[in-house]
Design a binder for this molecule. Sequence first.
Ligand code: ADP
Length: 479
Amino acid sequence: MTYPFPTSAFIGGAWFESARTFPVVNPASGVLIAEVSDLGGDETEAAIRAAEAAFPAWSGHLAKERAAIVRRWGDLLIKHAEDLAQLITAEGGKPLAEARGEVAYAASFCEWFSEEAKRAYGRTIPTTVAHRRYVTIKQPIGVAAAITPWNFPLGMVTRKAAPALAAGCTLVLKPAEATPLTALFAAKLAAEAGLPPGVLNVVTSNNAAVVGKVLCESTIVRKLSFTGSTRVGKILAAQCAGTVKRLSLELGGNAPFIVFEDADLDKAAAAIVSGKFRNAGQVCVATNRVLVHAKAHDALAQKLAIGVSALKVGDGAEEGVQVGPLIQKAAVERVDRLVKAALASGAKALTGAAPSPVGEQFYAPTVLSGVTPEMDIAQQEIFGPVATLIPFGSDDEAVRIANATPYGLAAYFFTNDISRAWRVAEKLDYGMVSVNEGVMSNEVTPFGGMKESGVGREGGAEGLDEFLEVKFINFGGIG
Ligand code: ADP
């Protein structure tokens, strides 16, 4: 297969080919689609130095000059949307329609942060001493590092890189080993947009632990932005402690989707099907537990079983496919273990509940009823195409079950009672709450979690602040 970019790392504006490579495989077919340069610690250090060398000039540009380049990058992503979408599907497995949506989502961060960069305002603060004047200014934090996951191989890159670059930081990016190609294509387009050498560096590697440790322990890198599992997020936070690095962590979730007895059940069921089964359930904000009022339980269960069993499973590259493969064979086995354990403890399969005959890495879209909050499948992030139904009897019980998890990323609920909507939204310990809608993420609002789902926010005005330092300047001797 040939690509419009080299399958090697990108350091200091040049393509860097290493002797060692690692394979990238299409998860739908198992076919090898590329061999990519496999970098280690020394090359990561070189990328950090390239970012350090580029920082003075890049941060010295006017915000509007940086903004123009970041905006052009987004425009180029849109221009190459179809090729990018095909690549996202080839290496990540999601259906093409979703991959196309991801390109638009990714480009939206370039647009948004190119605009926000011009508004990195400081403050003037009324003085407390007659001869002094107080102001704050915001400045780019310095060299930043980003480690991104495979489930949104383009979206997670721009959600970090666009605010970092727009703010005036330079960046070392380590994309997930399963999906480095999309990141390399994006880097090529960034250079084409006019990004100077060294401002964005991409370290491809099959040894995330080695690269991650160098990034975390570097005294040059002043900020780490990570999206991935809570397990790895904790390792990185510990490794960053030695240099007291600024951290943004977007980690795992255990999203509740509460359906109250007064909800529009058709709309709720449709929202669960589209939100939960997107990317075969491999989304950190995907519904993990459907909490449904006992009075609405049977009707919702029936609607979900009908909707989910109609989903078309297959290679995401085929038009019309709605559920693609899981990223690895081990993921299919993990999901199946969780489902089998739930069934053994009394849950009931309404549809699915087995690997799909479509291929080795596919799992049949599944609905389980009779799940209890204590089961592993309700406690752990499933990250697969399985919806679980847990009945409840009162609003307080629903909120209690929803909050009884170390996670706090996204929560959803359906009700037509405005007073209940406010009450429940305020009581949910989640960074993002969606009322009467199953998908909510966009570039203008803050995305992020509470508790062990992470720290910091991406998108919105908050997303730019993650890459800025606030400096207080005191002017004395006035008057
Ligand atoms: P997921 O469950 O989404 O695969 P991971 O946390 O395993 O989540 O992976 C997310 C990103 O973190 C990927 O880029 C992966 O290579 C990277 N990663 C995994 N382990 C480590 C580690 N020990 N140090 C640094 N990065 C890591």
